[in-house]
Design a protein around this ligand. Sequence first.
Ligand SMILES: NC(=O)c1ccc[n+]([C@@H]2O[C@H](COP(=O)([O-])OP(=O)(O)OC[C@H]3O[C@@H](n4cnc5c(N)ncnc54)[C@H](O)[C@@H]3O)[C@@H](O)[C@H]2O)c1
Length: 258
Amino acid sequence: MTQSVAIVTGAAGDIGRAIASRLADDHDVILLVDIDLVAAEKAARMLGPVERFVALSCDVTSAESVAAMAKAAAALGAVRTLVNNAGAARAVSLQSTTPEDWRADTALNLEAPFLCFMAVADLLKATQGSVINIASVNGMNVFGHPAYSAAKAGMLHFTKLVAVEYGKFGIRSNAIAPGTVRTQAWEARAAANPNVFEEARRWYPLQRVADPMDVANAVGFLASPQANSISGVCLPVDCGLTAGQAELARTFSQSADY
Ligand SMILES: NC(=O)c1ccc[n+]([C@@H]2O[C@H](COP(=O)([O-])OP(=O)(O)OC[C@H]3O[C@@H](n4cnc5c(N)ncnc54)[C@H](O)[C@@H]3O)[C@@H](O)[C@H]2O)c1
Protein backbone atom coordinates (compact mmCIF):
# COMPACT_ATOMS: atom_id res chain seq x y z
CA MET A 1 0.00 0.00 0.00
CA THR A 2 1.18 3.57 -0.73
CA GLN A 3 2.64 5.30 2.29
CA SER A 4 1.21 8.62 3.45
CA VAL A 5 3.78 11.38 3.69
CA ALA A 6 3.95 14.63 5.64
CA ILE A 7 6.52 17.33 4.81
CA VAL A 8 7.69 19.58 7.63
CA THR A 9 10.01 22.45 6.75
CA GLY A 10 12.38 23.83 9.39
CA ALA A 11 11.99 20.42 11.02
CA ALA A 12 15.32 20.58 12.84
CA GLY A 13 13.98 23.37 15.02
CA ASP A 14 12.09 22.77 18.23
CA ILE A 15 8.60 23.45 16.85
CA GLY A 16 9.32 21.59 13.60
CA ARG A 17 10.59 18.52 15.46
CA ALA A 18 7.49 18.51 17.69
CA ILE A 19 5.26 18.79 14.60
CA ALA A 20 7.11 15.89 12.94
CA SER A 21 6.62 13.78 16.06
CA ARG A 22 2.88 14.58 16.25
CA LEU A 23 2.22 13.98 12.55
CA ALA A 24 3.79 10.53 12.84
CA ASP A 25 0.60 9.56 14.73
CA ASP A 26 -1.31 9.42 11.44
CA HIS A 27 1.26 9.63 8.63
CA ASP A 28 3.57 6.77 7.63
CA VAL A 29 6.60 8.86 6.68
CA ILE A 30 7.69 12.32 7.80
CA LEU A 31 10.10 14.27 5.59
CA LEU A 32 12.17 16.52 7.85
CA VAL A 33 13.27 19.37 5.62
CA ASP A 34 15.87 21.84 6.82
CA ILE A 35 18.74 23.96 5.53
CA ASP A 36 20.82 22.45 8.35
CA LEU A 37 21.13 18.80 7.32
CA VAL A 38 23.19 17.75 10.33
CA ALA A 39 20.53 19.13 12.67
CA ALA A 40 17.71 17.57 10.60
CA GLU A 41 19.45 14.18 10.72
CA LYS A 42 19.88 14.52 14.46
CA ALA A 43 16.17 15.40 14.84
CA ALA A 44 15.17 12.43 12.68
CA ARG A 45 17.33 10.06 14.76
CA MET A 46 15.74 11.40 17.95
CA LEU A 47 12.25 10.77 16.58
CA GLY A 48 12.54 7.17 15.39
CA PRO A 49 13.46 4.76 12.61
CA VAL A 50 14.96 6.05 9.33
CA GLU A 51 12.14 4.46 7.34
CA ARG A 52 9.64 6.77 9.04
CA PHE A 53 11.68 9.95 9.69
CA VAL A 54 13.66 11.04 6.64
CA ALA A 55 15.97 14.07 6.84
CA LEU A 56 16.48 16.19 3.74
CA SER A 57 18.67 19.20 3.08
CA CYS A 58 16.73 21.99 1.41
CA ASP A 59 16.86 25.77 1.32
CA VAL A 60 13.18 26.68 1.14
CA THR A 61 14.02 30.10 -0.31
CA SER A 62 15.53 28.47 -3.42
CA ALA A 63 13.09 27.33 -6.14
CA GLU A 64 15.59 24.68 -7.37
CA SER A 65 16.11 23.28 -3.91
CA VAL A 66 12.35 23.22 -3.29
CA ALA A 67 11.75 21.42 -6.61
CA ALA A 68 14.23 18.72 -5.54
CA MET A 69 12.46 18.50 -2.17
CA ALA A 70 9.09 17.93 -3.87
CA LYS A 71 10.64 15.17 -6.01
CA ALA A 72 12.09 13.48 -2.95
CA ALA A 73 8.73 13.70 -1.16
CA ALA A 74 6.88 12.16 -4.12
CA ALA A 75 9.35 9.27 -4.15
CA LEU A 76 8.45 8.45 -0.54
CA GLY A 77 4.71 7.99 -1.14
CA ALA A 78 1.48 9.99 -1.25
CA VAL A 79 2.00 13.50 0.14
CA ARG A 80 -0.97 14.30 2.35
CA THR A 81 0.36 17.21 4.42
CA LEU A 82 2.73 20.13 3.94
CA VAL A 83 3.70 22.17 6.98
CA ASN A 84 5.43 25.44 6.14
CA ASN A 85 7.25 25.87 9.44
CA ALA A 86 10.73 27.16 8.52
CA GLY A 87 10.94 30.74 9.65
CA ALA A 88 13.08 33.28 11.45
CA ALA A 89 13.35 36.99 12.07
CA ARG A 90 16.38 39.18 11.44
CA ALA A 91 15.43 42.82 11.88
CA VAL A 92 14.05 43.83 15.30
CA SER A 93 12.68 47.32 14.52
CA LEU A 94 11.75 49.29 11.45
CA GLN A 95 14.46 51.86 12.19
CA SER A 96 17.12 49.14 12.13
CA THR A 97 15.77 47.29 9.06
CA THR A 98 17.95 47.40 5.95
CA PRO A 99 16.55 46.55 2.51
CA GLU A 100 18.61 43.36 2.71
CA ASP A 101 16.98 42.41 6.03
CA TRP A 102 13.54 43.10 4.60
CA ARG A 103 14.22 40.87 1.60
CA ALA A 104 15.69 38.07 3.70
CA ASP A 105 12.79 38.05 6.18
CA THR A 106 10.15 38.14 3.47
CA ALA A 107 11.98 35.53 1.36
CA LEU A 108 12.01 33.02 4.22
CA ASN A 109 8.65 33.76 5.83
CA LEU A 110 6.47 34.58 2.84
CA GLU A 111 8.03 33.62 -0.48
CA ALA A 112 9.26 30.22 0.72
CA PRO A 113 5.79 28.99 1.82
CA PHE A 114 4.56 30.00 -1.65
CA LEU A 115 7.42 28.11 -3.35
CA CYS A 116 6.88 25.00 -1.22
CA PHE A 117 3.13 24.94 -1.73
CA MET A 118 3.36 25.42 -5.49
CA ALA A 119 5.98 22.67 -5.74
CA VAL A 120 3.74 20.11 -4.02
CA ALA A 121 0.29 21.38 -5.07
CA ASP A 122 -0.22 18.57 -7.59
CA LEU A 123 0.85 15.99 -5.00
CA LEU A 124 -1.68 17.44 -2.52
CA LYS A 125 -4.40 17.41 -5.20
CA ALA A 126 -3.87 13.68 -5.63
CA THR A 127 -4.50 13.02 -1.93
CA GLN A 128 -6.92 15.90 -1.23
CA GLY A 129 -4.37 16.85 1.36
CA SER A 130 -3.74 20.02 3.27
CA VAL A 131 -1.20 22.74 3.88
CA ILE A 132 -0.61 24.26 7.29
CA ASN A 133 1.33 27.49 7.52
CA ILE A 134 3.04 28.32 10.79
CA ALA A 135 2.47 32.06 11.00
CA SER A 136 2.70 34.08 14.23
CA VAL A 137 0.74 36.49 16.39
CA ASN A 138 3.22 38.96 14.83
CA GLY A 139 1.18 38.64 11.65
CA MET A 140 -1.92 39.87 13.50
CA ASN A 141 -0.63 42.75 15.67
CA VAL A 142 2.59 44.68 16.19
CA PHE A 143 5.00 42.90 18.54
CA GLY A 144 8.33 43.92 16.97
CA HIS A 145 10.39 42.30 14.16
CA PRO A 146 8.64 44.28 11.37
CA ALA A 147 9.79 42.55 8.17
CA TYR A 148 9.12 39.13 9.70
CA SER A 149 5.71 40.34 10.89
CA ALA A 150 4.72 41.81 7.53
CA ALA A 151 5.72 38.49 5.95
CA LYS A 152 3.66 36.51 8.49
CA ALA A 153 0.67 38.80 7.79
CA GLY A 154 1.18 38.01 4.10
CA MET A 155 1.33 34.34 4.98
CA LEU A 156 -2.12 34.59 6.58
CA HIS A 157 -3.47 36.05 3.35
CA PHE A 158 -1.65 33.40 1.32
CA THR A 159 -3.38 30.77 3.48
CA LYS A 160 -6.75 32.16 2.40
CA LEU A 161 -5.66 32.44 -1.25
CA VAL A 162 -4.88 28.72 -1.32
CA ALA A 163 -8.11 27.85 0.51
CA VAL A 164 -10.20 29.71 -2.05
CA GLU A 165 -8.36 28.75 -5.25
CA TYR A 166 -7.50 25.14 -4.41
CA GLY A 167 -10.65 24.25 -2.45
CA LYS A 168 -12.18 22.80 -5.60
CA PHE A 169 -9.35 20.24 -5.66
CA GLY A 170 -10.17 19.17 -2.11
CA ILE A 171 -7.05 20.88 -0.70
CA ARG A 172 -7.49 22.54 2.67
CA SER A 173 -5.28 25.43 3.74
CA ASN A 174 -4.97 26.69 7.29
CA ALA A 175 -2.59 28.67 9.45
CA ILE A 176 -1.50 28.59 13.06
CA ALA A 177 -0.40 31.72 14.87
CA PRO A 178 1.75 30.85 17.87
CA GLY A 179 2.49 33.40 20.55
CA THR A 180 5.76 33.03 22.44
CA VAL A 181 7.07 29.45 22.33
CA ARG A 182 10.20 28.44 24.21
CA THR A 183 12.60 27.38 21.42
CA GLN A 184 16.18 27.82 20.29
CA ALA A 185 14.99 30.89 18.35
CA TRP A 186 14.87 32.68 21.73
CA GLU A 187 18.44 31.73 22.74
CA ALA A 188 20.04 35.12 21.98
CA ARG A 189 17.22 37.07 23.65
CA ALA A 190 17.26 34.79 26.70
CA ALA A 191 21.04 35.19 26.92
CA ALA A 192 20.70 38.99 26.76
CA ASN A 193 17.83 38.99 29.26
CA PRO A 194 17.42 35.85 31.40
CA ASN A 195 13.98 37.15 32.51
CA VAL A 196 12.59 37.40 28.98
CA PHE A 197 10.02 34.61 29.43
CA GLU A 198 9.05 35.89 32.87
CA GLU A 199 8.50 39.36 31.41
CA ALA A 200 6.52 37.95 28.47
CA ARG A 201 4.34 35.78 30.71
CA ARG A 202 2.49 38.68 32.32
CA TRP A 203 0.96 39.77 28.99
CA TYR A 204 -0.63 36.37 28.40
CA PRO A 205 -4.12 35.71 29.82
CA LEU A 206 -3.02 32.16 30.72
CA GLN A 207 0.07 33.72 32.36
CA ARG A 208 2.43 31.36 30.61
CA VAL A 209 3.94 30.80 27.17
CA ALA A 210 3.35 27.81 24.89
CA ASP A 211 5.45 24.69 24.39
CA PRO A 212 6.40 23.35 20.94
CA MET A 213 4.00 20.42 21.51
CA ASP A 214 1.07 22.85 21.91
CA VAL A 215 1.72 24.06 18.36
CA ALA A 216 2.25 20.49 17.14
CA ASN A 217 -1.10 19.33 18.55
CA ALA A 218 -2.89 22.13 16.70
CA VAL A 219 -1.11 21.07 13.49
CA GLY A 220 -2.09 17.45 14.15
CA PHE A 221 -5.73 18.48 14.45
CA LEU A 222 -5.78 20.69 11.34
CA ALA A 223 -4.05 17.97 9.29
CA SER A 224 -6.50 15.29 10.42
CA PRO A 225 -9.91 14.26 9.08
CA GLN A 226 -11.38 15.84 12.23
CA ALA A 227 -10.73 19.18 10.53
CA ASN A 228 -12.23 18.03 7.19
CA SER A 229 -14.49 21.06 6.88
CA ILE A 230 -11.99 23.63 8.17
CA SER A 231 -10.16 25.69 5.56
CA GLY A 232 -8.90 29.26 5.32
CA VAL A 233 -8.65 29.84 9.06
CA CYS A 234 -5.90 30.99 11.38
CA LEU A 235 -5.83 29.21 14.72
CA PRO A 236 -3.93 31.17 17.37
CA VAL A 237 -1.95 29.02 19.79
CA ASP A 238 -1.12 32.00 21.92
CA CYS A 239 -2.26 31.41 25.51
CA GLY A 240 -4.98 34.04 24.88
CA LEU A 241 -2.64 36.90 23.83
CA THR A 242 -4.70 38.07 20.85
CA ALA A 243 -7.90 38.02 22.94
CA GLY A 244 -6.69 40.98 24.98
CA GLN A 245 -4.58 41.92 27.99
CA ALA A 246 -5.86 41.64 31.55
CA GLU A 247 -3.58 44.48 32.72
CA LEU A 248 -5.13 46.87 30.22
CA ALA A 249 -8.66 45.69 31.03
CA ARG A 250 -7.88 46.37 34.70
CA THR A 251 -6.78 49.93 33.89
CA PHE A 252 -9.70 50.61 31.57
CA SER A 253 -12.37 49.17 33.88
CA GLN A 254 -10.72 49.99 37.20
CA SER A 255 -11.87 46.54 38.31
CA ALA A 256 -9.67 44.27 40.37
CA ASP A 257 -11.48 41.30 38.77
CA TYR A 258 -8.86 41.36 36.02
N1 LIG B 1 9.42 30.37 18.88
C1 LIG B 1 8.45 31.26 18.90
O1 LIG B 1 8.24 31.98 19.92
C2 LIG B 1 7.55 31.41 17.70
C3 LIG B 1 6.43 32.24 17.82
C4 LIG B 1 5.60 32.42 16.72
C5 LIG B 1 5.87 31.76 15.53
N2 LIG B 1 6.97 30.96 15.44
C6 LIG B 1 7.22 30.31 14.14
O2 LIG B 1 7.38 28.93 14.31
C7 LIG B 1 8.28 28.43 13.31
C8 LIG B 1 9.38 27.61 13.97
O3 LIG B 1 10.05 28.43 14.89
P1 LIG B 1 11.12 27.90 15.94
O4 LIG B 1 11.01 28.76 17.12
O5 LIG B 1 11.00 26.40 16.08
O6 LIG B 1 12.45 28.27 15.16
P2 LIG B 1 13.86 27.53 15.16
O7 LIG B 1 14.87 28.59 14.90
O8 LIG B 1 14.00 26.67 16.37
O9 LIG B 1 13.73 26.58 13.89
C9 LIG B 1 13.66 27.09 12.59
C10 LIG B 1 14.28 26.06 11.65
O10 LIG B 1 14.15 26.56 10.31
C11 LIG B 1 15.36 26.23 9.63
N3 LIG B 1 15.55 27.14 8.49
C12 LIG B 1 15.94 28.45 8.54
N4 LIG B 1 16.08 28.91 7.28
C13 LIG B 1 15.78 27.89 6.44
C14 LIG B 1 15.76 27.76 5.02
N5 LIG B 1 16.08 28.78 4.21
N6 LIG B 1 15.41 26.56 4.49
C15 LIG B 1 15.09 25.51 5.29
N7 LIG B 1 15.11 25.58 6.65
C16 LIG B 1 15.44 26.76 7.21
C17 LIG B 1 16.44 26.41 10.68
O11 LIG B 1 17.64 25.71 10.32
C18 LIG B 1 15.77 25.83 11.92
O12 LIG B 1 16.03 24.46 12.08
C19 LIG B 1 8.79 29.66 12.55
O13 LIG B 1 8.06 29.83 11.37
C20 LIG B 1 8.52 30.79 13.51
O14 LIG B 1 8.33 32.03 12.84
C21 LIG B 1 7.81 30.78 16.50
